[in-house]
Design a protein around this ligand. Sequence first.
Ligand SMILES: CC(C)(COP(=O)(O)OP(=O)(O)OC[C@H]1O[C@@H](n2cnc3c(N)ncnc32)[C@H](O)[C@@H]1OP(=O)(O)O)[C@@H](O)C(=O)NCCC(=O)NCCS
Length: 172
Amino acid sequence: MEQSVILETERLFLRKFALQDVDALAAVVGDPVTMEFYPAPLDRQGTADWISRNVQRYQRDGHGLWAMVLRDSGALIGDCGCVVQEVESKNEIEVGYHVRRDLWGNGYATEAARACMEYAFTKLGATRVISMIRPENRSSRRVAEKNGMVREKTIFWRDYDHCIYASDYGQT
Ligand SMILES: CC(C)(COP(=O)(O)OP(=O)(O)OC[C@H]1O[C@@H](n2cnc3c(N)ncnc32)[C@H](O)[C@@H]1OP(=O)(O)O)[C@@H](O)C(=O)NCCC(=O)NCCS
């Protein structure tokens, strides 16, 4: 487990997912409220597929969504990470995040996303990082704003309008 830790923050660490995480992650992405802005909550198989997709991303891109773990208890409470997304024919690094619903409002997504932005700039050599957020998703927009991202424009992406929040290296 130790060698799979990617990032540490004051209260969290981010580490690579493994298939053993399926039950803990299902408590996050299987929740219908948490997945309001996605096509549907994920069942156990969908959660396992989510983990597999991210393991493939680690191998292909060197990064992906990582498990968000509380340092105090070792509990997996969500995910956050850097994902390659093709947006308007250009590859971008997106910082994405999900937190178990009973823990919303404690600043965990903001703390993890900020660390991922820094990681993208300093370790991945990114000059720009984005988050794509549905306009109705006010808490996610707030996370981006708290981390100094700027709303650039709205695009139609994967069947829905998405606000592009972006930050350039050295901007925040
Ligand atoms: C978005 C999400 C990850 C935020 O996680 P979190 O750990 O609660 O985030 P934080 O505590 O760091 O910050 C949330 C902010 O949104 C604010 N917020 C929450 N609900 C809100 C609402 N309905 N309207 C406006 N702001 C809201 C909180 O007050 C907080 O801001 P503040 O610190 O200024 O008070 C979490 O809500 C989640 O998992 N949502 C579902 C998955 C998702 O949408 N992921 C993002 C996809 S783009």
